[in-house]
Design a protein around this ligand. Structure first.
Ligand SMILES: C[S@@+](CC[C@H](N)C(=O)[O-])C[C@H]1O[C@@H](n2cnc3c(N)ncnc32)[C@H](O)[C@@H]1O
Length: 362
């Protein structure tokens, strides 16, 4: 990991303290205000009784107007946006100060451990992805040539690893979530595991710990993400085959993989695209193969205040498909696609991570 200057580090540490504070102490006050409001109490009771059939847009609009009566809610959301922007305002200069070292060290000493990287410079960028500044990152996933060191040496260790952003609760580290997702696959051994929308290597590295003999393949649209993934996997000595591709068309033969993982890819696509990704998973899985999805909870599965918190991301933190995703029950899509033995549940207290596990009929 790159050593940042004291100024670069402390700027990020401040964000890494502010965010957990507002996402716990201040958000708790906002949630209590919601529940103390007569309409909020009625919505909470309705949720506890099993919800209503009201369209989710109307339900969220109602819950949002209640949440917005709370000063604590407004303050909490103001600081959420502030931290989301400041992450990049502070991390990019901190990395630029160390540009030479960042270019040289990258992810560390790279070994040739048997993985591979295939880029496709002619891959069309889907319209839903083009120009989106995910999480407010300038230029999106491919906007900054040192995005790998920026996340690995700056934003992740000092801010994101403390939790308290988007659906991630305070004190929760997304690295542990990935390991928990790996444990949910029902078999002890898998020959080939395909990670759809793999980003870098974090998810497959977690699966490697549980399935050290499995062949690992990761497909992602973003050239920067698969290049960073390839470097970090090589630095860790984990053989992963990275492919720059649209995972609606992986190019893998029919019935050729034993397990598919989708870790937080579905909320970065419109639901129609997510359905196509699930169809492709079904095609490439061998009969009897398993899929594990880790993503956002459905609105129906969370407290109305939490649904406002999740919906907020859509317009305010570079997550244009968050609400669409939360309005969807992936278990129903899995069933419609032909999967069986569906299991869906939350792993965290506020609904996130939400996991769906299913099997292609043998
Ligand atoms: C939030 S990131 C998650 C990355 C990774 N799964 C992880 O666990 O860190 C979502 C990823 O989905 C990728 N993505 C979105 N649509 C895709 C598609 N149609 N095909 C391949 N990758 C896609 C994005 O490029 C991005 O890297």
């Amino acid at each position: 990991m790159l050593t940042l200057s004291q100024r670069g580090r402390s700027g990020l540490q401040f964000l890494g303290s502010l965010q957990p504070y507002i996402s716990s102490r201040v958000r708790d006050i906002a949630r209590a205000d919601f529940e103390a409001d007569p309409e909020g109490a009625a919505m909470t009771a309705e949720y506890e009784r099993g919800g209503s059939n009201e369209p989710w847009e109307d339900r969220i609009a109602r819950a949002r107007s209640i949440a917005q009566r709370s000063v604590a809610y407004k303050l909490e959301r103001f600081y959420q946006r502030y931290v989301a922007e400041e992450n990049f305002v502070r991390a990019i200069p901190a990395i630029e100060e160390r540009r030479k070292a960042a270019e040289k060290i990258g992810f560390g000493k790279l070994s040739d451990c048997g993985g591979s990287l295939k880029l496709d410079e002619n891959l069309p960028v889907p319209a839903y992805h083009e120009g989106v500044e995910w999480h407010l990152e300038p230029g999106g996933w491919d906007g900054y040539d040192l995005s790998g060191p920026m996340f690995m040496s700056a934003i992740h260790p000092y801010v994101m690893s403390k939790g308290g952003w988007a659906a991630v609760e305070v004190g929760e580290d997304v690295r542990h979530h990935r390991s928990n997702a790996a444990k949910l696959l029902p078999k002890d051994h898998y020959g080939r595991i395909y990670d759809m929308g793999c980003g870098g290597s974090m998810t497959l590295a977690a699966f490697h710990k549980h399935y050290p003999h499995a062949e690992l393949i990761g497909g992602d649209l973003s050239a920067a993400n698969v290049k960073n993934g390839n470097d970090s996997a090589r630095a860790a000595g984990i053989p992963i085959h990275f492919r720059q591709c649209d995972v609606r068309h992986t190019g893998e033969p029919d019935n050729s993989v034993d397990a598919v993982v989708m870790y937080c890819v579905l909320h970065e696509t419109p639901v129609s695209v997510g359905k196509d990704i699930i169809k492709e998973a079904f095609r490439i899985l061998k009969p009897g193969g398993d899929v594990v999805i880790n993503d956002l909870p459905p609105f129906a599965g969370v407290h109305p205040f939490q649904s406002v918190v999740l919906d907020w991301e859509t317009d305010n933190r570079g997550e244009p498909y968050f609400s669409e995703t939360c309005s969807t029950e992936w278990s129903e899509v899995l069933a419609d696609t032909g999967f069986v033995d569906m299991e869906s549940h939350n792993l965290g207290p506020q609904g996130y991570p939400w996991v769906d596990v299913a099997t292609k009929p043998a």
